[in-house]
Design a protein around this ligand. Structure first.
Ligand SMILES: Nc1ncnc2c1ncn2[C@@H]1O[C@H](COP(=O)(O)OP(=O)(O)O)[C@@H](O)[C@H]1O
Ligand SMILES: [Mg+2]
Length: 246
């Protein structure tokens, strides 16, 4: 379980998160929605301690990591696979090198074992035999799939997906949604999915939250989300015009 308590974060005096409190329970795919710039990516980065909150605390699997330094944070970062907005592959490395990188960095895994893991994960994401490809040779959807394989290579118990389907066509988005679901089924991971894409949210989510005004303004099930009377959430759902496509 990941738990955030009263997290606040400002940049240059402007408040992004204000006493945000939320729990992500083991086994769920927790979907976080909210307007652009409301602090969704900031929240993920705060959990990873890539950003430091101004106040509040963070618990990962019951451990208070709020004041951990880089060294102390390392095993907790390894528990969390992250797909950043955009695939963020290393453009100068081929797919094999991109996937091997986290293991070379953090572990003593022998190279033949690394090769086996890479082959298995590429097969899982539907990119068998792509080891030698360069990122420039891959489509947007393929890059996301490589990024997922890379996130899974350290066998994390959590995966954070930051806008995994943004900028993808509906067919490619559908494939990514399926992969998010299969990742939970096959590896038993707990996921956070940040998205604007309500079709994707509805497909992959097991619980939902809406951030507004720096806080969790709504938290609940799919049916609670769709029947919520929170005016900002209603506006968000309406603007998203997703019903036609769902
Ligand atoms: N490292 C940073 N330095 C300054 N401002 C930042 C930084 N990261 C995010 N912000 C600001 O915080 C706000 C929330 O950003 P973000 O979490 O990326 O939004 P989103 O909900 O779209 O993911 C934005 O106004 C953004 O400009
Ligand atoms: Mg973002």
């Amino acid at each position: 379980m990941i738990s955030l308590k009263n997290i606040s974060k400002s940049f240059d005096g402007s408040r992004v998160l204000e006493k945000l409190t939320v729990e992500i329970r083991t086994g769920e795919t927790f979907v976080i929605m909210g307007k652009s710039g409301c602090g969704k990516s900031v929240m993920l980065k705060i959990i990873l301690r890539l950003l430091i909150p101004d106040e509040g605390s963070i618990f990962i699997d019951g451990v208070d990591t709020t004041n951990f330094d880089e060294d102390a944070m390392m095993p907790f970062r390894r528990k969390i696979g992250m797909l950043f907005q955009g695939a963020a592959l290393f453009d100068s490395m081929n797919v094999w090198q991109n996937l091997a990188f986290p293991l070379f960095e953090h572990t003593e895994t022998p190279e033949d074992e690394i090769a086996d893991k890479i082959a298995e994960l590429l097969s899982f994401v539907g990119l068998d035999g792509s080891q030698d490809k360069m990122p420039s040779e891959l489509s947007g959807g393929m890059k996301k799939r490589v990024a997922l394989a890379r996130a899974m290579i350290t066998e994390p118990s959590y995966v954070f997906f930051d806008e995994p389907t943004t900028g993808l066509d509906p067919v490619t988005s559908g494939k990514i949604n399926d992969l998010i679901i299969r990742t939970r089924e096959r590896f038993g991971v707990t996921s956070i999915v940040v998205t604007h894409d309500l079709v994707s949210a509805m497909k992959v989510g097991t619980r939902f939250a809406f951030i507004d005004d720096g806080k969790i303004a709504f938290e609940g099930t799919r049916s609670e989300l769709l029947s919520s009377s929170n005016p900002e959430l209603r506006e968000f759902l309406k603007d998203a015009e997703w019903q036609d496509r769902y």
